[in-house]
Design a protein around this ligand. Structure first.
Ligand SMILES: Nc1ncnc2c1ncn2[C@@H]1O[C@H](COP(=O)(O)OP(=O)(O)OP(=O)(O)O)[C@@H](O)[C@H]1O
Length: 301
Protein backbone atom coordinates (compact mmCIF):
# COMPACT_ATOMS: atom_id res chain seq x y z
CA UNK A 1 0.00 0.00 0.00
CA UNK A 2 2.73 2.50 1.02
CA UNK A 3 4.75 1.39 -1.97
CA UNK A 4 1.77 1.97 -4.30
CA UNK A 5 1.03 5.47 -2.98
CA UNK A 6 4.53 6.72 -2.26
CA UNK A 7 7.11 4.37 -3.80
CA UNK A 8 5.83 4.04 -7.37
CA UNK A 9 5.12 7.78 -7.92
CA UNK A 10 8.53 8.80 -6.60
CA UNK A 11 10.40 6.09 -8.54
CA UNK A 12 8.54 7.12 -11.71
CA UNK A 13 9.53 10.78 -11.19
CA UNK A 14 13.15 9.85 -10.57
CA UNK A 15 13.18 7.86 -13.82
CA UNK A 16 11.88 10.98 -15.60
CA UNK A 17 14.78 13.09 -14.26
CA UNK A 18 13.24 14.69 -11.15
CA UNK A 19 14.89 14.62 -7.73
CA UNK A 20 12.92 12.85 -5.03
CA UNK A 21 12.95 12.46 -1.25
CA UNK A 22 11.07 10.34 1.25
CA UNK A 23 11.29 11.12 4.96
CA UNK A 24 10.06 8.67 7.61
CA UNK A 25 9.14 10.76 10.65
CA UNK A 26 7.74 9.66 14.01
CA UNK A 27 8.24 8.56 17.57
CA UNK A 28 10.74 5.81 18.43
CA UNK A 29 9.44 2.29 17.78
CA UNK A 30 6.64 3.29 15.38
CA UNK A 31 8.20 1.45 12.44
CA UNK A 32 10.22 4.03 10.50
CA UNK A 33 13.06 1.60 9.79
CA UNK A 34 10.52 -1.18 9.16
CA UNK A 35 8.78 1.05 6.59
CA UNK A 36 11.93 2.22 4.84
CA UNK A 37 14.12 -0.83 4.98
CA UNK A 38 11.97 -3.76 6.01
CA UNK A 39 12.37 -6.10 8.95
CA UNK A 40 15.42 -7.96 7.68
CA UNK A 41 18.99 -6.86 7.62
CA UNK A 42 20.78 -9.61 5.76
CA UNK A 43 20.61 -10.35 2.05
CA UNK A 44 20.25 -14.05 2.85
CA UNK A 45 17.20 -13.19 4.92
CA UNK A 46 15.77 -11.06 2.10
CA UNK A 47 15.81 -14.42 0.32
CA UNK A 48 15.45 -12.63 -2.97
CA UNK A 49 14.84 -15.80 -4.95
CA UNK A 50 11.68 -16.64 -3.07
CA UNK A 51 9.25 -14.06 -4.45
CA UNK A 52 6.25 -14.83 -2.31
CA UNK A 53 8.13 -14.42 0.95
CA UNK A 54 10.69 -11.72 0.26
CA UNK A 55 8.46 -9.27 -1.64
CA UNK A 56 5.86 -9.32 1.12
CA UNK A 57 8.33 -8.10 3.75
CA UNK A 58 10.53 -5.77 1.73
CA UNK A 59 10.66 -2.18 2.88
CA UNK A 60 10.24 0.85 0.63
CA UNK A 61 13.94 1.21 -0.26
CA UNK A 62 14.43 -2.32 -1.70
CA UNK A 63 11.02 -2.14 -3.42
CA UNK A 64 11.89 1.19 -5.07
CA UNK A 65 15.28 -0.18 -6.17
CA UNK A 66 13.66 -3.27 -7.65
CA UNK A 67 11.02 -1.15 -9.45
CA UNK A 68 13.62 1.26 -10.89
CA UNK A 69 15.70 -1.62 -12.28
CA UNK A 70 12.58 -3.28 -13.74
CA UNK A 71 11.65 -0.03 -15.51
CA UNK A 72 15.22 0.45 -16.77
CA UNK A 73 15.22 -2.97 -18.42
CA UNK A 74 11.80 -2.25 -20.00
CA UNK A 75 13.13 1.09 -21.34
CA UNK A 76 16.23 -0.62 -22.72
CA UNK A 77 14.03 -3.12 -24.58
CA UNK A 78 12.03 -0.26 -26.15
CA UNK A 79 15.17 1.27 -27.64
CA UNK A 80 16.37 -1.04 -30.36
CA UNK A 81 19.27 1.07 -31.62
CA UNK A 82 22.89 0.63 -30.59
CA UNK A 83 24.09 2.53 -28.59
CA UNK A 84 20.57 3.02 -27.32
CA UNK A 85 20.01 4.22 -23.79
CA UNK A 86 22.53 4.11 -21.04
CA UNK A 87 21.83 4.25 -17.32
CA UNK A 88 24.38 4.82 -14.58
CA UNK A 89 23.07 4.12 -11.11
CA UNK A 90 25.05 4.92 -7.96
CA UNK A 91 24.33 4.65 -4.25
CA UNK A 92 25.67 6.13 -1.05
CA UNK A 93 24.54 5.64 2.51
CA UNK A 94 25.37 7.82 5.51
CA UNK A 95 24.09 8.72 8.92
CA UNK A 96 23.99 11.94 10.88
CA UNK A 97 24.75 11.22 14.51
CA UNK A 98 25.47 13.96 17.04
CA UNK A 99 25.59 16.53 14.23
CA UNK A 100 28.42 14.58 12.58
CA UNK A 101 28.28 12.71 9.30
CA UNK A 102 29.43 9.09 9.08
CA UNK A 103 29.82 7.02 5.96
CA UNK A 104 27.91 3.73 6.37
CA UNK A 105 29.80 2.09 3.50
CA UNK A 106 33.36 2.17 4.87
CA UNK A 107 35.08 0.78 7.93
CA UNK A 108 36.34 4.23 8.80
CA UNK A 109 34.66 5.93 11.74
CA UNK A 110 35.97 9.41 10.92
CA UNK A 111 33.30 12.06 10.49
CA UNK A 112 32.99 13.66 7.05
CA UNK A 113 32.71 17.32 6.10
CA UNK A 114 30.05 19.12 4.11
CA UNK A 115 30.99 21.47 1.29
CA UNK A 116 28.98 23.79 -0.89
CA UNK A 117 29.94 24.57 -4.44
CA UNK A 118 28.14 26.53 -7.15
CA UNK A 119 28.14 23.60 -9.58
CA UNK A 120 27.57 20.63 -7.26
CA UNK A 121 25.49 22.38 -4.60
CA UNK A 122 25.80 20.95 -1.07
CA UNK A 123 27.78 17.72 -0.94
CA UNK A 124 29.70 15.48 1.48
CA UNK A 125 33.44 15.33 0.88
CA UNK A 126 34.92 11.79 0.54
CA UNK A 127 31.55 10.03 0.84
CA UNK A 128 31.70 6.52 -0.69
CA UNK A 129 29.68 6.19 -3.89
CA UNK A 130 29.12 2.69 -5.28
CA UNK A 131 28.09 1.89 -8.84
CA UNK A 132 25.16 -0.49 -8.94
CA UNK A 133 24.21 -2.62 -11.91
CA UNK A 134 21.63 -4.93 -10.37
CA UNK A 135 19.07 -4.67 -7.56
CA UNK A 136 21.03 -7.32 -5.65
CA UNK A 137 24.11 -5.07 -5.57
CA UNK A 138 21.95 -2.30 -4.14
CA UNK A 139 20.42 -4.63 -1.49
CA UNK A 140 23.94 -5.59 -0.48
CA UNK A 141 24.83 -1.91 0.03
CA UNK A 142 21.68 -1.46 2.08
CA UNK A 143 22.59 -4.49 4.14
CA UNK A 144 26.17 -3.28 4.80
CA UNK A 145 24.91 0.15 5.85
CA UNK A 146 22.10 -1.21 8.02
CA UNK A 147 24.52 -3.57 9.72
CA UNK A 148 26.98 -0.74 10.42
CA UNK A 149 24.14 1.43 11.75
CA UNK A 150 22.78 -1.34 13.97
CA UNK A 151 26.19 -2.30 15.39
CA UNK A 152 26.83 1.35 16.25
CA UNK A 153 23.49 1.46 18.04
CA UNK A 154 24.26 -1.78 19.93
CA UNK A 155 27.62 -0.31 20.95
CA UNK A 156 25.72 2.65 22.33
CA UNK A 157 23.53 0.12 24.18
CA UNK A 158 20.24 1.17 22.63
CA UNK A 159 17.70 -0.56 20.43
CA UNK A 160 16.48 2.65 18.93
CA UNK A 161 18.11 4.69 16.17
CA UNK A 162 19.70 7.77 17.67
CA UNK A 163 20.78 8.90 14.20
CA UNK A 164 19.20 9.98 10.93
CA UNK A 165 20.16 7.74 8.01
CA UNK A 166 20.13 8.78 4.36
CA UNK A 167 20.31 6.27 1.49
CA UNK A 168 20.91 8.16 -1.76
CA UNK A 169 20.40 6.75 -5.22
CA UNK A 170 21.74 8.78 -8.15
CA UNK A 171 20.49 7.93 -11.60
CA UNK A 172 21.99 9.28 -14.80
CA UNK A 173 20.48 8.41 -18.14
CA UNK A 174 21.89 9.15 -21.54
CA UNK A 175 19.77 8.85 -24.67
CA UNK A 176 21.22 9.30 -28.15
CA UNK A 177 18.65 10.12 -30.77
CA UNK A 178 19.20 11.60 -34.23
CA UNK A 179 22.75 12.64 -33.32
CA UNK A 180 21.58 14.48 -30.20
CA UNK A 181 22.69 13.29 -26.78
CA UNK A 182 20.41 14.03 -23.87
CA UNK A 183 21.63 13.47 -20.31
CA UNK A 184 19.35 13.62 -17.29
CA UNK A 185 20.47 13.20 -13.72
CA UNK A 186 18.27 12.68 -10.70
CA UNK A 187 18.81 11.99 -7.05
CA UNK A 188 16.59 10.08 -4.64
CA UNK A 189 17.12 10.56 -0.89
CA UNK A 190 15.51 7.97 1.37
CA UNK A 191 15.64 9.27 4.91
CA UNK A 192 14.97 7.36 8.13
CA UNK A 193 14.88 9.98 10.90
CA UNK A 194 15.75 9.50 14.58
CA UNK A 195 12.75 9.23 16.94
CA UNK A 196 10.85 12.53 16.99
CA UNK A 197 9.80 12.47 20.68
CA UNK A 198 11.23 15.36 22.65
CA UNK A 199 14.39 13.92 24.20
CA UNK A 200 14.56 14.31 27.97
CA UNK A 201 17.52 16.40 29.09
CA UNK A 202 16.86 16.18 32.84
CA UNK A 203 18.63 13.32 34.56
CA UNK A 204 20.59 12.58 31.39
CA UNK A 205 24.36 12.90 31.40
CA UNK A 206 27.41 12.38 29.20
CA UNK A 207 27.02 10.90 25.73
CA UNK A 208 23.24 10.47 26.09
CA UNK A 209 22.80 14.15 26.94
CA UNK A 210 24.82 15.19 23.89
CA UNK A 211 22.78 12.81 21.70
CA UNK A 212 19.49 14.08 23.12
CA UNK A 213 20.49 17.71 22.53
CA UNK A 214 21.54 16.99 18.96
CA UNK A 215 18.40 15.00 18.09
CA UNK A 216 16.28 17.84 19.52
CA UNK A 217 18.38 20.38 17.62
CA UNK A 218 18.18 18.76 14.19
CA UNK A 219 14.48 17.85 14.39
CA UNK A 220 13.64 21.35 15.67
CA UNK A 221 15.66 22.78 12.78
CA UNK A 222 13.63 20.56 10.41
CA UNK A 223 10.37 21.81 11.98
CA UNK A 224 11.52 25.44 11.76
CA UNK A 225 12.54 25.12 8.11
CA UNK A 226 9.14 23.62 7.30
CA UNK A 227 7.35 26.36 9.28
CA UNK A 228 9.34 29.11 7.47
CA UNK A 229 8.48 27.57 4.11
CA UNK A 230 4.79 27.46 5.07
CA UNK A 231 4.99 31.14 6.15
CA UNK A 232 6.54 32.03 2.80
CA UNK A 233 3.74 30.14 1.01
CA UNK A 234 0.97 31.74 3.05
CA UNK A 235 2.23 35.31 3.33
CA UNK A 236 4.18 35.37 0.08
CA UNK A 237 6.77 37.31 2.08
CA UNK A 238 10.50 36.72 2.27
CA UNK A 239 11.34 34.86 5.47
CA UNK A 240 14.81 33.61 6.37
CA UNK A 241 14.89 29.82 6.12
CA UNK A 242 17.38 28.37 8.62
CA UNK A 243 18.76 25.54 6.46
CA UNK A 244 22.18 26.00 8.06
CA UNK A 245 20.88 25.41 11.59
CA UNK A 246 21.52 21.65 11.34
CA UNK A 247 23.43 19.23 9.13
CA UNK A 248 20.17 17.45 8.26
CA UNK A 249 18.42 20.55 6.89
CA UNK A 250 21.57 21.85 5.20
CA UNK A 251 22.21 18.56 3.37
CA UNK A 252 18.58 18.11 2.40
CA UNK A 253 17.99 21.75 1.48
CA UNK A 254 16.74 20.82 -1.99
CA UNK A 255 14.26 18.32 -0.56
CA UNK A 256 12.70 21.08 1.55
CA UNK A 257 11.08 23.71 -0.62
CA UNK A 258 13.60 23.22 -3.43
CA UNK A 259 14.13 21.11 -6.51
CA UNK A 260 12.64 17.81 -5.38
CA UNK A 261 9.38 15.89 -5.19
CA UNK A 262 9.14 15.13 -1.49
CA UNK A 263 7.01 12.77 0.59
CA UNK A 264 6.88 12.65 4.37
CA UNK A 265 5.61 9.44 5.95
CA UNK A 266 4.24 10.01 9.46
CA UNK A 267 4.72 6.87 11.55
CA UNK A 268 2.43 6.71 14.58
CA UNK A 269 1.79 4.23 17.38
CA UNK A 270 -1.60 2.51 17.84
CA UNK A 271 -1.23 2.79 21.63
CA UNK A 272 -3.32 5.28 23.66
CA UNK A 273 -0.23 5.89 25.82
CA UNK A 274 1.39 7.59 22.84
CA UNK A 275 -1.48 10.00 22.17
CA UNK A 276 0.54 13.17 22.81
CA UNK A 277 3.36 12.04 20.50
CA UNK A 278 0.87 10.86 17.87
CA UNK A 279 -0.80 14.29 17.86
CA UNK A 280 2.57 16.00 17.61
CA UNK A 281 3.57 13.80 14.64
CA UNK A 282 0.26 14.45 12.88
CA UNK A 283 0.60 18.22 13.44
CA UNK A 284 4.10 18.08 12.00
CA UNK A 285 2.81 16.19 8.94
CA UNK A 286 -0.08 18.64 8.51
CA UNK A 287 2.37 21.54 8.51
CA UNK A 288 4.77 19.78 6.11
CA UNK A 289 1.86 19.16 3.72
CA UNK A 290 1.55 22.89 3.11
CA UNK A 291 5.08 23.26 1.74
CA UNK A 292 5.31 23.48 -2.01
CA UNK A 293 8.51 22.51 -3.80
CA UNK A 294 9.67 23.54 -7.26
CA UNK A 295 10.75 20.32 -8.94
CA UNK A 296 12.23 20.49 -12.44
CA UNK A 297 13.74 17.83 -14.70
CA UNK A 298 17.53 17.91 -14.31
CA UNK A 299 18.73 18.10 -17.88
CA UNK A 300 22.54 18.03 -17.95
CA UNK A 301 22.93 18.45 -21.74
N1 LIG B 1 4.08 -2.98 10.43
C1 LIG B 1 4.82 -3.74 11.25
N2 LIG B 1 4.60 -5.07 11.32
C2 LIG B 1 5.34 -5.85 12.16
N3 LIG B 1 6.33 -5.39 12.95
C3 LIG B 1 6.59 -4.07 12.91
C4 LIG B 1 5.85 -3.17 12.06
N4 LIG B 1 6.34 -1.93 12.24
C5 LIG B 1 7.33 -2.05 13.14
N5 LIG B 1 7.47 -3.32 13.56
C6 LIG B 1 8.44 -3.80 14.56
O1 LIG B 1 8.46 -2.85 15.63
C7 LIG B 1 9.80 -2.64 16.10
C8 LIG B 1 10.17 -1.16 15.99
O2 LIG B 1 10.19 -0.81 14.61
P1 LIG B 1 11.31 0.13 13.98
O3 LIG B 1 12.67 -0.20 14.50
O4 LIG B 1 11.12 0.13 12.52
O5 LIG B 1 10.88 1.54 14.61
P2 LIG B 1 11.56 2.94 14.41
O6 LIG B 1 10.45 3.93 14.30
O7 LIG B 1 12.55 2.91 13.30
O8 LIG B 1 12.29 3.14 15.79
P3 LIG B 1 13.57 4.03 16.14
O9 LIG B 1 13.22 5.46 15.95
O10 LIG B 1 13.80 3.70 17.58
O11 LIG B 1 14.67 3.54 15.27
C9 LIG B 1 10.71 -3.54 15.26
O12 LIG B 1 10.94 -4.73 15.95
C10 LIG B 1 9.87 -3.79 14.00
O13 LIG B 1 10.21 -5.03 13.38
Amino acid sequence: MVFQTVGIPIATSVLKGYNGTIFAYGQTGTGKTYTMQGPFYSIEEYNINDDSYSKKYMGLIPRIISYIFEQISKKKEQYQKIPPIEYICQASYYEIYNEQIFDLLTDSTDPLNIHEDIKKGVFIDRLTTKNINTPEEAYKILEIGAWKRSTASTRMNTQSSRSHSVFTLTLQNKIEEDGITQIQESKLNLVDLAGSERQKLTGTTGQRLLEARNINKSLSALGQVIQSLVDINNNKKKVHVGYRNSKLTFLLKDSLGGNSKTFLIANISPSAFSLAETLSTLRFAQCAKQVSNKAVVNQVI
